[in-house]
Design a protein around this ligand. Sequence first.
Ligand SMILES: [Fe+2]
Length: 195
Amino acid sequence: MKSLPIDADSIARLAAPHVNQHALEIQPYGRIVKLPNGLSESACLEAVQNLNQLLADTITLRDLYRKHHWQLAGATFSQLHALFDKHYEEQDAIVDAIAERIQSLGGVSIAVGHDVAEMTLIPRPPKGREAVQVQISRMLHAHEIILREARAMARRAVEHGDDGTNDLIVGSVIRTNERQVWFIAEHVVEVSSPT
Ligand SMILES: [Fe+2]
């Protein structure tokens, strides 16, 4: 049998990656794909909307911890550098849990900074460095925004019979944020005795 000549250029083109691909989204943001989870579509839709707000604010708080971990100054540097890193990691775990809850309810989670910046209720900090007391005040304010909205969202989830969302918000978001508030608030307490 006579073999065909090998066209090396054609073969190499087959191995090239197909870059710059574009197509319609497979699910638009804000729409639910109903999954057989025993919850109504309206319950899933409201939970997804609430969780996306909670996600935007949690990503922002997480990133505040990173910013302040990097930009710290002062005598408590080592201690707070480690504490802010720990809180960052805990918030990062919550970010993933919220986003995966949104997807498991048939929704679409926000993900990138552009969307977070549009949605978050937490005030934008300056790009420059701030004193540690100001850093902590800024994060306490962010925690309080999250705790207020989280408690309201947890109650709505109960009203819809959405125990999974309630459990995530209460067990992870609220409990972690309350503990982190305690740990950082104690750094801005005046501890000298009255004379
Ligand atoms: Fe670090």
